[in-house]
Design a protein around this ligand. Structure first.
Ligand code: FMN
Length: 393
């Protein structure tokens, strides 16, 4: 078999993932405006599952009822039947892939340019944040997901509590111990609900890439704490903070993707492949040095199977996160396993997909033939639209 490490299974709390490729969470814009599951959203996940990925983290699902157009929701019991359909449909096409969902509370935004900050929550509001995560987790269990990922990265509520930019003065901000308090409360409450036999992962930033944000020094502390608390994996991302976002145009909400930090989350074509591997490696080392064997997932412009295998071989991470690479070619895992690397349709890191997300549009890949919403089946390089951005010197 090609790429032995990449295609070796990994078990978490008795749940076996058939290989080390994790499709990281990717907002699709394919839900209805009020966040319900659509046929297209189901087709997107089925298409990705058919290609042989080991784990799929279904996109950030909103846990509170506040408006957030075209974002998938898990904020109401009425969301469960639609999410159940997603899980069932994925299993119909791939019985081995493990299916998770990312649960997320966002900070509210307004078209006046206002954005909510962690300092805006009253101390008495904080138990609601915990309860909303727990209720969302219960719905995820009801829908049949194999694992849950708590979103503690990027521009959202829990990452903003963790960030050095959190200046709360009520014991939930300031020093790192205080900043971790609410995310820990959320993690422990969700663990209590899901029990000891259910995988519970954490997505976190290795670095915020803003002056007021966390660096690897703080992220290492956070990672060690969640490893100690029994997180089943740590998925290391980066950036996407509001602090250095551009001032939005008249009538537009702030966009966390608009600044340098935002540009780091899904590295563009001018960044080197494996942009964030060093962050995963640093976190993995911190966690291992503290005596924990928590698997670490790395993502960020990993495009070649050989590169993915080397990262694992060199002990820089335990699993490979692919997001845009699988949007471009969901058959990446199968083609790699069968030695058909030349047939992979490569992501060109143009971020056409990400820009669609920022405009609240349907997320698709610029490499698909015109009018396609999902990758054709089969999809070969000769069918792909040319990548207009090659690696740049
Ligand atoms: C359109 C789009 C939507 C994304 N949505 C999420 C999300 O819901 N949650 C999350 O943690 N990361 C999200 N990400 C980040 C990816 O999971 C991933 O970490 C990043 O794109 C780098 O990996 P890649 O180079 O393989 O795409 C998104 C990325 C893109 C391009």
């Amino acid at each position: 078999m090609n790429y032995e490490k990449l295609f070796s299974p990994i078990t978490m709390r008795g749940v076996t993932f058939p290989n080390r490729i994790q499709r990281t969470s990717m907002v699709s814009g394919l839900s209805t405006e009020d966040g319900s599951v659509t046929e297209n959203l189901i087709k997107r996940y089925q298409r990705e599952a058919k290609g042989g990925v080991g784990a799929i983290v279904v996109e950030a699902a909103v846990i509170i009822p506040s408006k957030s157009p075209y974002n998938l929701r898990i904020s109401d019991d009425g969301c469960v039947p639609g999410l159940t359909d997603v899980v069932k449909a994925i299993r119909e096409v791939n019985r081995e892939v493990k299916i998770g969902i990312q649960i997320m509370q966002f900070l509210k935004l307004s078209k006046t340019g206002w954005r909510q900050k962690v300092e805006d929550f009253k101390t008495e509001d904080l138990p609601n944040i915990v309860n909303d995560h727990v209720t969302a987790a219960r719905r995820a269990l009801d829908a049949g997901f194999d694992f849950i990922e708590i979103h503690m990265a990027h521009a959202y509520v829990l990452s903003s509590f963790l960030s050095r930019s959190n200046k709360r003065t009520d014991g939930y901000g300031g020093g790192i111990e205080n900043r971790m308090k609410l995310p820990i409360e959320v993690f422990q409450a969700v663990r209590k609900l899901v029990g000891e036999n259910y995988p519970l992962g954490v997505r976190m930033n290795g670095e915020d890439f803003v002056i007021a944000g966390n660096t690897l020094s703080q992220s290492a502390v956070i990672a060690r704490r969640f490893a100690q608390l029994g997180a089943d994996y740590l998925s290391v991302s980066a950036g996407s903070r509001f602090e250095d976002a551009k001032t939005p145009g008249e009538g537009n909400p702030p966009d966390p993707m608009s600044g340098y930090s935002g540009h780091r989350m899904s590295p563009w074509y001018w960044w080197p492949d494996g942009t964030h591997v060093y962050l995963a490696e640093g976190i993995r080392k911190a966690v291992r040095d503290a005596g924990f064997d928590t698997p670490v997932v790395t993502a960020g412009k990993i495009r070649e199977p050989k590169h993915a295998e080397e990262i694992l071989e060199q002990g820089k991470a335990d699993a490979i996160g692919l997001c845009r690479a699988l949007l471009a070619d969901p058959d990446w895992p199968m083609k790699a396993k069968e030695g058909k690397e030349k047939e992979i349709v490569r992501c060109v890191a143009c971020n056409w997909c990400l820009e669609a997300d920022s405009r609240y549009e349907k997320v698709k890949c610029t490499r698909y033939p015109e009018e396609y919403l999902h990758a054709p089946e089969p999809f070969l390089p000769k069918m792909a639209r040319p990548g207009s951005f090659k690696d740049e010197a």
